[in-house]
Design a protein around this ligand. Structure first.
Ligand code: CTP
Length: 404
């Protein structure tokens, strides 16, 4: 068993997903966490105190005024004890109460006293979840700094299918665990990351694209969010999903759209990482109708796209840190260095297509990172998620030591 020594307070409220909280208790316990549970009265209609106490190996706290507990003020001592509070499932009721500071039972009172990171995993009927008041309350919780673990779409207990199904316990565990294990190096920092390919339309059904899967950029977004940053991920078309509650995803298709979205937010960022494989050229005109094969040749006239990295490089302030990517097939290091200087980046990450297992559509990568003063850091061939963590770590170190 891994010894984390960390303390979790798990709040269970009254929804059918409460039965999944039992799995969550097991996951935390099996990874060495201490777990204390507070459950609302309605939650105890779905799961029993005996099951909770057996799995958590701790006494359940469910009554604000428990005549058998005279020793201390439980909601305060439990809030002090916790490294983190997780409310799963979180009903519309507890979300509304916490958003507006109402404290009328053990859990809602404890939440107001808990200064720790708080994770909220909503679970409810899809129409309730979409209801504007509920959405507004969730937004208020986000503004308070809570981590909202978005519900998924799927079969709901009421017999319908829609968004409102609590995220699976394994994913809730992973989000919380990674948060607690990762040093919050980028806490309070805003990070913008571009990812994926762009698609440049030729006509309504065809486009010019490339092989980028987006995995490197998505891994960077996860790594930055795990390190405490508020991440905006501007991504071209990919099959990938984002999980981390601190990632805001902006979907785009073309290089021009990616440029517009990035420029709109660049000024507010502390760190910008441009890992997208942006098309360098786009058709000058998009045919309004599908092009027919009426002749033996088709001439496409392409024009240069705007270079997002270079534009941000020109405009950035000294306190902003800019990372570019380079994919080279020859004179790799020299070309990457040239790119670093001409585009005015602070760090360039060189991918080599020559290395087997690195580059497009692979799970692994091997990179050489080069700083402005030509210090180099070479990675092993390893999982893109690990490479992403290395890059984030290096960026953090460079922002500490350089005069940005
Ligand atoms: N990039 C960008 N906007 C573009 C083109 C590229 O932001 N329109 C960024 C990429 O995200 C990457 C870096 O620029 O961080 C390098 O891109 P690359 O296409 O390899 O370099 P180019 O400058 O286009 O040079 P070349 O294609 O001639 O190698």
């Amino acid at each position: 068993m891994a010894e984390t020594g960390k303390h979790i307070v798990l709040g269970i409220t009254g929804g059918i997903a409460a039965y999944k909280s039992l799995t969550l208790i097991r996951l935390f316990k099996s990874h060495g966490y201490e777990v204390r549970v507070t459950a609302t009265r309605h939650a105890l209609e779905f799961v029993t105190p005996l099951t909770i106490e057996t799995l958590s190996q701790n006494k359940l706290y469910s009554e604000l005024f428990d005549p058998t507990e005279h020793r201390d003020v439980q909601h305060i001592s439990m809030a002090d004890w916790a490294d983190c509070v997780v409310v799963a499932p979180a009903t519309a009721n507890i979300i509304g109460k916490y958003a507006h500071g109402i404290a009328d039972d053990a859990l809602s009172t404890l939440l107001l006293a808990a200064p720790k990171p708080i994770f909220i995993a909503p679970a409810m009927n899809d129409r309730m979840f979409a209801e504007p008041t509920v959405q507004h309350n969730i937004e208020l919780l986000r503004q308070k700094g809570c981590h909202i673990i978005d519900p998924q779409s799927g079969f709901l207990a009421c017999g319908t299918t829609g968004t409102g199904r609590m995220e699976e316990p394994e994913n809730i565990f992973t989000i919380v665990h990674q948060h607690l294990q990762t040093p919050q190096l980028l806490s309070g920092k805003k990070v913008m990351i571009t990812a994926g390919p762009t698609y440049e339309p030729i006509d309504p059904v065809r486009f010019i694209g490339n092989h980028s899967s987006g995995l490197m950029g998505f891994s960077l977004a996860e790594a930055a969010a795990e390190a405490g940053a508020d991440v905006t991920l501007v991504t071209g078309p990919t099959q990938l999903a984002t999980r981390h509650p601190r990632i805001t995803r902006v979907d785009v298709t073309t290089a021009q759209q990616m440029f517009d979205q990035c420029m709109a937010i660049a000024e507010q960022q502390d760190i910008m990482i441009m890992s997208a494989a942006v098309a360098d050229f786009t058709p000058e005109q998009t045919a309004p109708e599908k092009i027919k094969k009426t002749s033996d040749h088709l001439d496409l006239h392409l024009v240069k796209t705007k270079d997002i990295l270079a534009t941000i490089g020109q405009q950035k302030r000294p306190d902003q840190f800019l990372v570019g990517f380079a994919l080279e097939t020859e004179n790799e290091k020299a070309n990457a260095l040239k790119k670093l200087h001409t585009k005015n980046a602070d760090l360039i990450v060189l991918n080599s297509l020559r290395t087997e297992g690195a580059g497009f559509r692979t799970q692994t990568n091997k990179v050489l990172m080069i700083t402005r003063d030509e210090q180099t850091f070479e990675s092993e061939l390893k999982d893109k998620k690990e490479i992403a963590r290395d890059i984030i770590h290096l960026v953090f170190n460079l922002t500490q030591t350089q005069s940005h």
